[in-house]
Write a protein that binds this ligand. Structure first.
Ligand SMILES: Cc1cc2nc3c(=O)[nH]c(=O)nc-3n(C[C@H](O)[C@H](O)[C@H](O)COP(=O)(O)OP(=O)(O)OC[C@H]3O[C@@H](n4cnc5c(N)ncnc54)[C@H](O)[C@@H]3O)c2cc1C
Length: 455
């Protein structure tokens, strides 16, 4: 079977790897000059490669760890105990273990108890479909109480959804609580975060090495412009003037891009695809000569600060692996049409730095080695209340054409653990096999009680 894959991000490359393992002849078409997509690295002016966006591997990411074993790169995984905190009313609070949690000063005893119960309760929800029609606000107020919602949850949700979270189902926070709890172990509830030396590109390169060793091909700087169809079936893909024929085509892209590639598909299918929106991101990377917060993640509960949180990845990546730099990411998620995306890099830099200076009075701009603003339009699919029927299936109405996209991973969060898991199921759908059960951790089992979008 000859399979053409459009998109060389984590999804496209993983599907290529799994398909080539099963004997398919695979060719991947990637628009840019490098593979990796959102998980790619950039090279700093001093020649050091670093993650363009912050990427963490949790100790509970069992599928990803198994994949690293299989590819003989598990020795490049590194994990460290990390710390999480809150920036609340001008102060930093560590929220790292039970004792700190029980002492968390911004909340009273009763509220802290209810917050703890919220986290625990989420672990026991087995059927997420019950949460699909409940708004995140209704669920959190019911469990944590109105005061905690207003002081902690509302500002965090506003930040994540660029102000507009009203139509978001409770599944969003449930999946997040389950994932974050999964990495916290034992009575101490200490958390571990990790990375691959070289970033996720180490994994992407290991998979492409195997694809090429089995005769597969990677075409870089090769944007696909159209999926060519005949009599209701996909027969090839067009890049520039050339059409390349395949037995099956897998599009591993975000839905709006996929939609543009199929002008000849049934208009009702194209209308259906037009219903999914995405969060975008503006994510400055601050490269410093010293640590800033000491926290892996500092959640911000102050509406006036434009960034969602402060993520210092060199709390779990030893700076020796990134040229001795300290890497701090300051993401701002954006709704489609957000005025923030129209601001220039210079404006973003100035606004961001002024807020950092207000938060950390000792912060000095002379610590900055580089300040790089990265942006993307399609980062996280937005899923509204009761809208699973809007998730497109892997098998499209066009014969021999498959769509593998992060929107199908719902309600799990989109990260490389869930993307590579999904990729394995997609490859089985293409080869018309019944899915092989993938060993699941108990946490993953809860999370992966997902819609079977392969039906
Ligand atoms: C700020 C941020 C933080 C994140 N944090 C984490 C984290 O901590 N842990 C984690 O595991 N994950 C994290 N993720 C998520 C992770 O990066 C994504 O889930 C994953 O990379 C999605 O991969 P993908 O292949 O589906 O999409 P993409 O990475 O977007 O890949 C799509 C590829 O298709 C290419 N393409 C587009 N159009 C065409 C065309 N016409 N023809 C050919 N090629 C085309 C693009 O250039 C791109 O390379 C984060 C993402 C962001 C943005």
């Amino acid at each position: 079977m000859r399979v053409g894959i459009v998109g060389g991000g984590m999804m496209g490359v993983s599907i290529g790897y799994f398909l080539s393992q099963q004997g398919a002849e695979v060719e991947i078409y990637e628009a840019s000059s490098r593979l990796g997509g959102l998980a790619d690295t950039i090279t700093l002016e001093d020649g050091v490669p670093v993650d363009r966006f912050y990427h963490v591997i949790l100790s509970s990411d069992s599928h990803l760890r198994q994949l690293c074993e299989e590819l003989n790169i598990a020795d490049r995984l590194r994990f460290r105990e990390t710390r999480m905190g809150f920036y609340h009313q001008g102060k930093i609070f560590s929220m790292n273990n039970m004792v700190e949690f029980l002492r968390f000063p911004p909340l009273g005893w009763a509220d802290r108890f209810r917050l703890g119960l919220t986290v625990l309760y989420a672990q026991f929800v087995r059927d997420w479909r019950h949460l699909e029609g409940t708004s995140v606000e209704e669920w959190l107020v019911r469990l944590s109480g109105r005061r905690t919602f207003e002081s902690i949850w509302r500002p965090m949700l506003r930040a994540k959804f660029d102000g507009g979270f009203e139509n978001t189902p409770a599944t969003y926070i449930w999946a997040r609580l389950v994932r974050m709890k999964s990495t916290r172990k034992g009575i101490s509830q200490k958390e571990e975060a990790g990375h691959l030396i070289g970033g996720y590109m180490t994994l992407v390169e290991a998979m492409t090495g195997q694809i090429e060793a089995r005769g597969g091909k990677i075409h870089l700087r090769c944007p696909v412009e159209e999926i060519v169809m005949k009599d209701g079936r996909a027969i090839g893909l067009r890049a520039g003037q050339d059409v390349y024929p395949y037995d099956a085509i897998v599009v591993a892209l975000q839905i709006p891009i996929f939609r543009r590639l199929i002008p000849d598909a049934d208009p009702s299918y194209r209308d259906f695809l037009g219903k999914t929106d995405y969060l975008g991101v503006i994510c400055p990377l601050l490269v410093l000569d010293r640590p800033l917060t000491g926290f892996w993640t500092l959640n911000i509960t102050d509406d006036r600060i434009p960034f969602t949180g402060i993520i210092e990845t060199t709390t779990y990546i030893d700076p020796e692996f990134v040229g001795g730099h300290h890497l701090v990411y300051l993401p701002k998620y954006t709704l489609p049409g957000s005025p923030w995306q129209r601001k220039s890099d210079e404006e973003i830099r100035e606004i961001w730095l002024q807020h950092l200076e207000a938060m950390f009075p000792h912060f000095d701009r002379r610590w900055i080695r580089y300040f790089l603003v990265h942006r993307e339009q399609y980062v996280e699919p937005l899923h509204g209340l009761n809208s699973t029927h809007l998730i497109p299936q892997v098998k499209t109405p066009v014969k021999n054409l498959y769509l593998a996209t992060t929107a199908q991973i719902y309600p799990a969060l989109t990260n490389s653990e869930s993307v590579t898991r999904h990729a394995r199921r997609v490859d089985q759908a293409i080869l018309e096999k019944s899915p092989t059960p993938i060993p699941l951790s108990p946490e993953a089992a809860a999370r992966m009680a997902t819609v079977d979008t392969l039906a």
